[in-house]
Design a protein around this ligand. Structure first.
Ligand SMILES: Cc1cc2nc3c(=O)[nH]c(=O)nc-3n(C[C@H](O)[C@H](O)[C@H](O)COP(=O)(O)O)c2cc1C
Length: 315
């Protein structure tokens, strides 16, 4: 049974655009924190989300890193899952039959170890039909080959986005790394190479040590930090990128409430994603949608787009 939540008040328009994709509201779930959707289907009504974003998929099945793969830290989580996944064929066989029955778009997070592999995965999902958009993970800190190396090298980033652009007509979202001196040139490179949107941010490289055993708490030694502790970093990155590009930004990093989401939107995000919070309150995304609607009603806003970039200059 789904708990009853506040409904969206009349006259409030929550819809937004990501490239040619229209979402009924700007709140999605972040890749890797929501499985393949089906795992959460008993916990909330998936059809009320803006979109379902699935765990990263590459061409072939991946076992991921040894355990322990997650550790809680103050106001956050460090994970080193290592992009475990069923590969394109496994995903299509096991998860697509469920996902294609949803009324809301599925966004598939993809990755590869080479530029050609990214493009091949994009081509395969283009051919599948019915996919809402592809999110290019060029920013995972937890794997040796692929991931962050593509998102922190301007030339490689442009090559990956450009190759995927050629491989598919699906909307492309580039998932940005926070681990750069300035995000603006990377945001621009992704835009110029044909990305329809950016998602900001992926996890931040991090580490924790057990002082009794003197051993790292993760088998992989390091991982990626997520959750409320990264929110102010993410807000700043969204704000920086919003000054640099015209394409929409999907903001994420520690969102637990509508207030958090609205803060991201004021910084320049068109949409938002709820990540780590799904692990301790699976209904967070629905609460965020309801809370944004209430805020809009209180502030007399007709369209959620009015919130985007509405941060005011300081005196
Ligand atoms: C356990 C875990 C797995 C993740 N897996 C992926 C992934 O496969 N692809 C990806 O682009 N991001 C992945 N992320 C990053 C999230 O999508 C998101 O960018 C990040 O967690 C920040 O949002 P949050 O603080 O709300 O969790 C993962 C995050 C966590 C916690």
């Amino acid at each position: 049974m789904h708990r009853q939540l506040l409904s969206v008040p009349d006259g409030v328009n929550l819809s937004i655009q990501i490239g040619k994709l229209t979402l009924q509201n700007p709140v999605m779930v972040a890749s890797g924190t929501f499985g393949y959707g089906v795992e959460y289907a008993q916990l909330l009504d998936l059809n009320r989300l803006g979109a379902v974003v699935v765990k990263g998929i590459c061409l072939n099945p991946v076992r991921g890193n040894p355990t322990p793969r997650t550790v809680e830290v103050a106001s956050g989580l460090i994970n080193a899952i290592g992009l475990q996944g069923p590969g394109v064929d496994g995903f299509i066989k096991k998860y697509w039959p469920f996902l294609k029955t949803l009324k809301v778009p599925t966004i598939i997070n993809i990755w590869g170890t080479t530029v050609d592999e990214y493009a091949e995965v994009a081509r395969r999902f283009d051919a599948l039909g019915g996919v809402g958009a592809l999110e290019l993970n060029v920013s995972c800190p937890n794997i040796k080959d692929g991931g962050a190396q593509f998102g922190t090298d301007l030339k490689l980033l442009a090559q990956v986005v450009g190759a995927c652009r050629k491989a598919t007509k699906l909307p492309l979202i580039t998932k940005m790394s926070p681990n750069v001196v300035s995000i603006a040139p990377y945001a621009k490179a992704a835009e110029e190479a044909g990305s329809d949107a950016l998602s900001i941010m992926n996890s931040y490289p991090a580490m924790a040590i057990d002082i009794e055993t003197r051993k790292p708490k993760l088998a992989n030694v390091t991982g990626g930090l997520t959750g409320p502790c990264i929110k102010p970093i993410a807000i700043k990155l969204v704000w920086d990128a919003a000054q640099a590009v015209k394409i929409p930004i999907i903001g994420m990093g520690g969102i637990q409430s509508a207030a958090d989401a609205i803060e991201f939107m004021m910084a320049g995000a068109t949409a938002v994603a709820v990540g780590t919070a799904n692990f301790y309150e699976p209904q967070t995304a629905l609460q965020v949608i309801a809370g944004i609607s209430e805020f809009m009603k209180k502030k007399n806003l007709g369209s959620v787009k009015e919130i985007t970039g509405s941060v005011q200059p300081t005196e």
